[in-house]
Design a protein around this ligand. Structure first.
Ligand code: ATP
Ligand code: MG
Length: 342
């Protein structure tokens, strides 16, 4: 793993798809690390609007989500004075680099990618019965281009993005061999303290698209309602039945969001011995999540009242990222000897 103390001049690139507001999974899987590292690295945080072909029928939502994501970033404590907020399509060089890199990417590499396989079967089994568009197969390739564009060293993400980072390493190596010099560093992944937070349904990963998310912007009332409906130990019928804590989503969330360790230990001990009801466990969880979110809501209010700050951050970050991208593309064209008119 890259040493943070040696990281002064190193870069981070990571991002989010503009498919809805951000949730607790994003925070513990990725955002928490972004906030921590924003002063130690030069950071590019990308809103990947080229990569939402599964939302092609709802572009107004994508457009709104670009702003929602930026607002959530500001709410959790990313500071545009320290890092760059980038809208992917404002840097069209991403599309160009994707094309060049795809020359050296065997189709088999994409077909073996486990995240892509899982997402593909989700699309194919969805009620819309839509077949996946060509752009879908291209998106991991674009992610590689996103990462290589600023020559990033570190990519903090949730667990599901690791196969894409592995691809970036392979493609960086291959491109450097072709170029005969090291143009791209081999990026390292960094997974957050919960790499794959389960959703409130206790089944799938918490996701914007699966109706199983607690959003960073959720009001205390929304949080209470969602927690009350959460799944717990399915084999426990009465409060006096001994219950299972391991893998129980309510306790996974207590571990992730309740800083009162004594309270969590006491609840677990009483749950295992049938001495606490679900309502008490859930009420204390709602309380913990609401206190966790409170500082984010305060900051969010400040920026909601001044949306110019949000668009300014997106505009200036994207402009800077484009200048960096143009430098990289000049290196790439030199390496491929396609700078015809230089
Ligand atoms: P979508 O369903 O539209 O793909 P998503 O919720 O999966 O949305 P992404 O934009 O794909 O969100 O992911 C952004 C980042 O957040 C990635 O680094 C991803 O690994 C991380 N992430 C997303 N969901 C979780 C989760 N439940 N637990 C941990 N990390 C997560
Ligand atoms: Mg996703």
């Amino acid at each position: 793993m890259t040493e943070i103390s040696e990281s002064g001049s190193q870069r981070i690139l990571t991002g989010v798809r503009p498919t809805g507001p951000l949730h607790l999974g994003h925070y513990v899987g990725a955002l928490e690390n972004w906030v921590k590292l924003q002063s130690d690295y030069e950071c590019f945080f990308l809103i990947a609007d080229y990569q939402v072909s599964d939302h092609a029928e709802d572009l107004p939502r994508v457009r709104q989500s670009v702003l929602d994501v930026a607002l959530d970033w500001l709410a959790v404590g990313l500071e545009p004075e320290k890092c760059h907020f980038v809208v992917e399509s404002s840097v069209p060089e991403h599309a160009e680099l994707t094309t060049w890199l795809s020359w050296w990417t065997p189709l088999g590499m994409l077909q073996r990618n486990p995240t892509l396989k899982a997402e593909l079967s989700e699309i194919e089994s969805s009620s819309s019965k839509r077949s996946a568009p060509l752009a879908f197969f291209n998106y991991p390739m674009m992610q590689v281009a996103n990462i290589l564009m600023p020559k990033a060293h570190l990519v903090p993400t949730g667990e599901d993005q690791q196969p894409h980072i592995e691809m970036s390493r392979e493609i960086a190596r291959k491109f450097n061999t072709i170029a005969g010099r090291d143009i791209f560093p081999e990026p390292q992944g960094l997974i957050g303290r919960v790499g794959r937070l389960v959703g409130t349904d206790g089944q799938a990963k918490m996701s914007k698209s699966l109706n199983n998310a607690i959003f960073i912007g959720d009001s205390p009332e929304d949080v209470n309602k969602k927690v009350r409906r959460m799944f717990t130990d399915p084999n426990r019928i009465h409060a006096t039945d001994p219950g299972t804590v391991e893998g129980n989503p309510v306790f996974i969330y207590h571990d992730a969001f309740n800083p009162n360790q004594d309270q969590v230990d006491d609840l677990k001990q009483r749950y295992r011995t049938g001495k606490v009801g679900d309502v008490e466990v859930k009420d204390l969880l709602s309380e913990a999540i609401n206190s966790f979110l409170q500082p984010f809501h305060e900051r969010r209010r400040k920026f909601t009242a001044n949306t110019d700050l949000v668009s300014d951050a997106l505009q200036s970050g994207s402009r800077y990222a484009r200048s960096v991208a143009q430098e990289t593309m000049s290196d790439v064209r030199d390496a491929l000897q396609i700078n015809y008119f230089k």
